[in-house]
Design a protein. Sequence first.
Length: 310
Amino acid sequence: MRTCLLGRTGIFVSELGFGCAPLGDEYGAMDETSSMHLVHAAIDSGFTLFDTAPYYGRTLSEERLGRALEGKRDGIVLATKCARRGSTEFDFSAAGVKADLRASLKRLRTDRIDLFQIHDVEFGSEQLIIEETLPELMKMKEAGDILSVGITGLSLPMLARIAEAFPVDTILAYCHGDLLARDFTPALGELAEEKGIGLINASITHMGVLTPQGQQDWHPAPSEVFEAGAKVRELCAAHGLNTAEVALRFALDYEGPDSTLIGVSDEEQLASSLSALELELPAELLNEIDEAVGSAMNLRWHEGLKENFE
């Protein structure tokens, strides 16, 4: 697996990053032993970037990752998040993120976080994030408790405004660089190049739409997105290809992001994802997908505070 420099952070990360939401039982129950074996298999396969959050499994993901990384921390780029603690529980205050850091360090059994990110900025006040949350994270960076500062979210306009106003090291966006949305790099690429910001592409299956089984009932996208996803699944099947592997290969070829996060729940899914590294997508299939997606391309939904919708 290739490694890439994450913006101008000086940190090299694997082209595929391990998204740790499944370790928090977010996509079905896992037992302690299988979760540990999965992390170790990912390390053995060349993953160096592991991205978690207190929100995943309400601290379970961090706890499991911390136990799995004992004795294996060297060479790992450990990323976690702050400010989001539950579906409706957020605290973007300086005191809140300081408490988040202390708790995450303990759960992850480490003395530093390589990348500390504000989780889902669209749920917070833009002014508060710029004037209080990010300055507090910079103090943590100066103290050596964290090595780099990032922001994450769905709203590309808000992510761009924050990055224009404050010198963040990384931006993680989800559902913006995949077969159903190509607006990640047009929205953030020039800014990232100018300011040396590392870009991380997440949820490249469009939160499950681009998996063989399709999205779950809670997915917030408009119905047109689901209809387009069903057409993509049919086209991939007609070409004898796994939809998730096609989605991953496309995301790896998508220019702009430095690393692409994937979430897998078992070693079989891990092996399937790794096989996408060798996959070549037929131009005919890509043309058919673009035609099938049509007007659903880049179709957006909103999360967070209404004031942050654009």
